[in-house]
Design a protein around this ligand. Sequence first.
Ligand code: HEC
Ligand code: HEC
Ligand code: HEC
Ligand code: HEC
Ligand code: HEC
Ligand code: HEC
Ligand code: HEC
Ligand code: HEC
Ligand code: HEC
Ligand code: HEC
Length: 296
Amino acid sequence: MPLKEKNWLWPLRLGLLLVLFGGILQALPAQAAAISCGECHDQITTDYGHTYHGRAGLAQGFDCLACHGPDERHLNDPSRENIVSYGKNSIQTITEQNQLCLECHKSTPEVSLWEMSRHCHNDVACVNCHKIHSRNSKVNEPAVCYTCHRDLRLAFNKISHHPIVEGKIKCSDCHNSHGTLTPKMLTDDDLNQLCYRCHAEKRGPFAWEHPPVSENCAICHDPHGSRHEKLLKDKVANLCQDCHNADLHSSRAYDAGSGFAKAKRAGSIGFAGRSCLNCHGNIHGSTHFEKRAFTR
Ligand code: HEC
Ligand code: HEC
Ligand code: HEC
Ligand code: HEC
Ligand code: HEC
Ligand code: HEC
Ligand code: HEC
Ligand code: HEC
Ligand code: HEC
Ligand code: HEC
């Protein structure tokens, strides 16, 4: 049988190689399969040594079959049926593919809640984001996210946006793609805790709190991007008037029917644009001793 003969010869040839390179013989069992695969998959095997798993495998003693196993039948009978492969053309299901990665990675803290993630429930594969045979193991954010979340490319290009395009923050600062205990796979215990991580001054403590602020920043802000200033979900006056009576002092919205001129005529303060904020400047809470309606 040709295979048996081959296997038998392997240690000899390998030994020779290692002696040539003055390498350590300890690496021998781990390398055996890699070199057999290399007979037919030349390029990918050569490059493998420069990949993250190539190096990790050398240190920890695993090889190609850790991911492409379960056994060596494919060496003998090189068909797709005899090997685990990944991606669109794989004959394994996505769950089966992911499961092989999780053999080793369910103990990686960042990945441990995978089974609870929206990505898992929607049949997203590890290899949709991770390129194992690439020298650069970093996930190509945000480009890879946009392949499925197309609307977010638009969001992050709006006039006001978190600086993803500028490279100052990444999706993974706010989301753990492998799942978390928080809705929307946020990287903190809840939405506000996430915002406080980078905007600590909004946590207070304030003498006078504005209830929606401590409740949920996303009542007023879109976390991705907005066509209104400061990531606000709506024009300031409209936003405020979702909750505050429009008949309050000056709080009538600026529109065709009640423009500046008309407002002036009516003797009201009249406002446009930043309006409410001109006077209520400490909208996230006030540290004034007196209660002054968040004015400065
Ligand atoms: C004798 C030559 C030979 C050897 C040795 C060999 N392969 Fe293959 N391999 C092939 C051929 C030919 C195909 C394509 C089979 C097909 O398309 O049906 C293939 C396909 C594959 C695929 C699927 C590629 C795809 O497009 O999905 C993977 C993964 C793979 N081999 C990995 C390995 C690994 C890992 C080893 C070592 C354990 C190995 N091969 C050893 C010849 C070989
Ligand atoms: C940590 C898991 C892992 C290890 C270890 C690994 N591979 Fe792969 N391999 C993958 C994944 C995932 C893909 C799918 C493409 C990608 O993500 O880069 C793949 C794709 C392939 C393909 C198909 C590539 C193509 O373009 O058609 C071949 C062939 C292959 N691997 C061979 C090997 C060989 C040979 C080794 C050892 C030298 C090896 N793999 C080690 C995970 C692994
Ligand atoms: C045989 C065990 C094993 C298997 C199977 C395995 N990995 Fe790994 N992987 C490791 C080890 C070891 C490391 C090094 C870091 C560590 O100790 O967690 C690592 C690191 C990584 C990293 C981090 C790279 C970096 O730049 O920090 C990613 C991403 C990763 N693996 C993804 C995968 C994916 C996707 C699969 C399935 C295709 C997979 N792994 C299969 C053992 C494995
Ligand atoms: C939706 C995209 C996506 C999917 C799907 C995904 N990952 Fe990741 N993964 C990331 C990002 C983003 C990072 C962190 C940034 C980086 O490494 O560039 C990461 C990091 C990792 C790390 C390194 C963690 C660390 O910092 O130590 C491992 C290991 C890993 N992923 C394994 C997996 C495994 C296993 C699966 C499938 C069960 C998987 N990933 C699915 C996007 C993804
Ligand atoms: C500054 C933190 C932050 C950054 C950066 C961020 N997100 Fe989000 N994302 C959130 C928050 C917070 C929510 C939840 C919003 C809510 O519940 O109202 C969310 C929700 C989502 C949702 C759920 C659907 C939706 O639109 O509400 C998806 C999908 C998403 N983000 C993907 C991404 C991707 C992809 C990136 C990178 C291109 C990204 N996010 C960058 C904080 C962020
Ligand atoms: C292969 C497609 C795909 C890729 C790539 C992808 N996602 Fe997703 N993502 C989905 C699907 C499908 C859902 C579930 C449906 C939905 O909520 O839109 C989802 C949902 C989400 C959610 C919402 C979670 C929830 O609880 O509602 C967030 C956040 C998210 N993805 C972030 C990311 C980030 C960050 C990246 C890039 C690192 C990314 N996704 C890459 C397909 C993908
Ligand atoms: C990982 C850090 C980080 C997290 C988490 C974060 N931000 Fe930011 N945020 C930034 C950076 C960086 C800027 C840009 C500041 C600058 O350029 O001066 C910014 C700017 C803003 C702005 C001003 C935008 C503008 O157009 O000027 C608002 C509003 C904002 N963030 C709200 C939030 C909210 C709400 C959350 C929680 C959902 C949040 N941020 C979470 C880093 C973060
Ligand atoms: C009631 C609506 C509302 C809520 C809730 C809210 N904000 Fe704001 N936020 C605003 C308004 C209005 C502005 C614009 C203020 C200005 O330009 O003076 C703003 C501006 C900002 C800015 C940019 C300017 C600055 O002051 O640094 C950041 C950052 C910010 N908010 C973070 C947060 C965080 C974090 C939360 C949750 C803890 C939050 N906001 C909750 C209304 C709100
Ligand atoms: C989600 C609802 C909500 C939104 C949106 C909202 N507020 Fe409030 N606001 C409240 C609640 C609740 C209180 C506390 C109850 C009260 O004292 O009437 C409050 C209190 C106030 C007060 C202090 C009242 C006092 O008696 O001292 C001012 C001023 C105020 N808001 C202005 C604004 C402005 C300006 C905006 C728009 C940037 C805004 N609010 C957006 C819910 C909201
Ligand atoms: C010209 C300055 C100015 C503008 C513009 C302004 N306010 Fe006020 N507002 C005040 C002052 C001053 C008070 C405190 C009145 C008091 O304590 O008697 C106040 C009080 C309030 C209160 C508490 C009222 C109460 O009776 O408890 C709310 C709510 C409020 N403003 C909302 C708004 C909203 C919403 C807008 C924009 C649509 C707005 N304000 C625009 C100056 C202004």
